[in-house]
Write a protein that binds this ligand. Structure first.
Ligand code: FES
Ligand SMILES: [Fe+2]
Length: 442
């Protein structure tokens, strides 16, 4: 039996039960009630630009194929043959006319329809109704500004409603120029021995670790003429904001800072992001164009990004004790070649499997997972109280519920939403019950 769900996350007091990171029963429930009901990022349009191009990915632990159709639309379906359940496609990506199962040869078209069964007349003498045995389609599919999301739950609200009040912040990343973002290069994938929520929560809510965990990387990365000091990572939490959405999404950023992007990914991409792209102020206004620096963000549950550094990743769950990280570098489609190249190299150096800052983060997550092997450690509540009860909703520059940048408002929002979904609450109940409602103090 899993522990009482209602006691796992206490947003009123800001505490977390560590079993949410290690318990097998909770993990199974998480796949069912969180991953099979949430809008999950599948692919970016630029990854399957032409008809026949496809990628394979996961929704929770369910493998799916996302393919560009002949008419330009996108289809997504289970990467599972209906005969004996073999993985239909074992490539990461490619271009094809159809998907042929390597076990007995059942063949599906780009939309997942079963179109050929070997020896159909001879072997299936009574006939087989191929129309009934197509691959299982992802129930809901939607695209927002080039980002393709899927959802297994027919009762889930539309994607635009799910993105909700986070949309204004998401646009600061994805709508900076005509044509939006595009993915450059391939993907980086690595398996990591920690629960996926440590990573998703950190990108949602944790600027607090940056000056400490990344101090040595910052010193090593700083160009000779730049001092990696408190001006770059301000220690004054009033010089930034953290935002939480009732849908579980969150972000944080400095409003004033030194050249934090220049330090991490290099001066050219840093300057391009903060004022160098002439369209941005017109499209987004001053605050979003210039005063959201060193931003981190997570779209609930497991899609995260760092605007400016321009890494984007999905934390695929692989059991309670393991995740598989899939990371991409994205860039404004109007960015010049030197900015693209500097971003590509900057991300390799900082946020990739061998990246300096990635390793700082990963060490923390995997060490926690090791500590939680202990019987007593698993029963010791964790503290998520930073800024508790001190949020505000009327910031003149930043909409929605916000707090100072060093805060755990978005972590409480993330885990509060996770616990609500885990409990199996219907979408009707979820839509009207923001997870932080009981925490708000005026
Ligand atoms: S499992 Fe795919 S054809 Fe048999
Ligand atoms: Fe970090």
């Amino acid at each position: 039996m899993h522990p009482d769900i209602s006691s796992l996350v206490d947003t009123r007091n800001g505490t977390l039960d560590p079993r949410i990171f290690v318990d097998e029963e909770i993990y199974k429930l998480e796949l069912k009630n969180v991953f099979a009901r949430s809008w999950l990022f599948l692919a970016h349009d630029s990854q399957l630009a032409k008809p026949g191009e496809y990628i394979t990915t996961f929704m929770g632990e369910d493998p799916v194929i996302v393919a560009r159709q002949k008419d330009g639309s996108v289809a997504a379906f289970m990467n599972q043959c209906r005969h004996r359940g073999m993985r239909l496609c074992r490539a990461d990506l490619g271009k094809t006319k159809n998907f042929s199962c390597t076990y007995h040869g059942w063949t599906y078209d780009l939309g997942g329809r079963l179109v050929n069964v070997p020896s159909e007349d001879d072997a299936y003498r009574n006939g087989i109704d191929k129309a009934e045995w197509g691959a299982i389609k992802v129930t809901q599919l939607a695209t927002y500004k080039g980002f393709i999301f899927g959802n297994w739950d027919p009762t889930a609200p539309p994607l635009t409603e799910y993105l909700g009040d986070f949309t204004w912040y998401f646009d600061a990343f994805v709508d900076r120029c005509e044509g939006g973002l595009e993915v450059i290069g391939g993907s980086h994938k690595w398996v990591f021995p920690a629960n996926w929520k440590f990573a998703a929560e950190q990108f949602c809510s944790d600027m607090y670790h940056v000056p400490i965990s990344h101090a040595s990387a910052a010193l090593a990365l700083a160009p000779d003429d730049m001092e990696a000091d408190a001006e770059i990572f301000p220690l004054d939490g009033t010089l930034g904001r953290q935002f939480t959405s009732p849908w579980g999404h969150g972000t944080g950023f400095f409003t004033e800072s030194g050249d934090v992007l220049g330090l991490i990914v290099g001066r050219e991409p840093g300057e391009w992001f903060q004022g160098g792209n002439p369209e941005v102020v017109d499209r987004l206004g001053t605050h979003r164009a210039l005063n959201m620096r060193g931003m981190h963000a997570t779209i609930f549950p497991n899609f995260s990004f760092l605007p400016g550094i321009n890494t984007m990743r999905v934390w695929h769950p692989k059991g309670p004790n393991e995740m598989e990280v899939w990371a991409w570098t994205v860039v404004d489609s109007s960015a010049p070649p030197e900015v693209r190249e500097r971003l590509r190299i900057g991300n390799l150096r900082t946020f990739s499997a061998g990246g300096m800052l990635e390793q700082d983060d990963g060490e923390n997550w995997s060490e926690i997972q090791q500590v939680l092997r202990g019987h007593v450690a698993r029963q010791t509540p964790l503290n998520a109280q930073m800024g508790l009860g001190l949020d505000w909703d009327d910031d003149p520059n930043f909409p929605g519920r916000v707090n100072r940048v060093y805060c755990e408002t978005a972590a409480r929002g993330f885990y509060g939403r996770w616990a609500q979904m885990l409990s199996g609450a219907s979408w009707d109940e979820l839509a009207v019950t923001p997870p932080l409602e009981s925490v708000r103090q005026s």
